[in-house]
Design a protein around this ligand. Sequence first.
Ligand code: NG1
Ligand code: MG
Length: 509
Amino acid sequence: MVSKIPEFNDLSCYSDPAAQVARYEKLIQLFTEKFGKSLDFVARSPGRVNLIGEHIDYCYFSVLPMAINVDVVMAVAGTDDTIIRLANMDSVFEPREFELPQNGSLVPIDTTVSDWANYFKCGHLVAQKFIQEKYPDRVGKPLKGMNVLTHGNVPTGGGLSSSAAFACAASLAVLRVNGIIDISKDDLTKMTVVSEHYVGVNTGGMDQCASVCGEKDHALYVEFRPKLKATAFGFPQTTPPLAFLIANTLVTSNKHETASTNYNLRVVEVSLASEVLATKFGLKLVPDSSLSTGTLRGFMDAYYATQFGAASWDGEIEEGRKRLSKMLEIIEEVFTFKDGYTTKQAEQNMNITTEGFHTKFLAQFTVRYEKLQLYARAKHVYSEALRVLESLALLQSSPADPVEFFEKLGCLMNQSQESCDQFFNCSCPEIGSVCQIARSHGSYGSRLTGAGFGGSTVHLTTMDQVNTVKKALIEEYYLKKFPGITEEEINKAIVVSRPAVGSSFYNGG
Ligand code: NG1
Ligand code: MG
């Protein structure tokens, strides 16, 4: 069944509708004041948090994120001209206005400037492409002009995908203003997955998928192979209900400055690991990553195809357990240098020349390293993929005892944190302290979320304990580490959320 983007005439898509009333009233009132006309509808899309499955999406192993209770809302009205007028309730983002090309070509984006309107433009661009592909008679004609007033409360720069939320809300608004009413989640996901590529960011797909497909009280099982797909799995309805607390360590890892030793180096190491494994077994991997090399998922499939004539793994849990456990055995044997490979050792283990090695692995991104941690990275990836499967199995098992469920899921989250720290080296001391404090004050499971090296953490707790965890983090982490931090700054750093509804329309007001 194709599921459609839901529409609401009230605020019941939120877990705290009452808290949203004032926000929506203000949005609607301000819209009318600004544009002298009432709005047609509100399009909204939420941020997301990854519950488990870190640094494995680019190896094409499935992940388990959920949409959260903070979102980007856009009050919208179509106009009779071809001008897009953008306003934002946050005064940091000044109003923007631009005219759509009269010949119907896609809206140009200047990626050399960092401007909030670019995120609207990339949402606009992918929506227009979709419209043109679906309705060829609309090629060559500009889309309609629109007035838009935005309000976003997804903290920016905290790993909660505020940019994906913004681009998804923008695409949704553009589609509806231009008469596309029945929008499937699948179509919106597919078009928005590439939207941020137009502002120069090579995102993977988990973020948009979670923002669009989120469902109340459900985690999303996001698969990347054989194709991008999100399936919602419900959390058990317990008393007390579960809650997720997301706490930003406020230690920023500047992704661009540190990429050469952090994110990009990890992408290179996992590709190298897959190639060393393939060489050992005489296999040739199909280029299947952003580096045009093999992936650890690709190796697993190739190994099973040649050894047992088996088809690619289709995601079935029992088969996944078996294959991933086998991978964990294989890496113990193949990677003899447990503490890392020099470039020379890596080359020898791949039968590749120094020149070939550089062109294939080091030319696209700058990376810096002393040793390549092939064993440790592969160990994290395969064990983390297995933990995602175990989490999914747990969600499907509808456990009778809620505490047992929380403890089991929490345990997997804690193991994920340990693996991120020990094997993927993407944690940091601050993440470690935040997790420790939370665990000793009512969190069942605590881990970093997103790329790590700083940034946000996620904690599994229950509604009745969430304030205890929050208080402990404020007293033992935020106030100690950042004396003089304001209440407002703390409130921005901590988000409490239950799994939320993804992209939707609001027609009330
Ligand atoms: P964050 O740090 O939340 O943006 C990044 C990647 C994800 C994934 C995680 C690690 C981007 C936009 N997202 O997430 O795709 O690889 O790191 O699991 O780079
Ligand atoms: Mg982003």
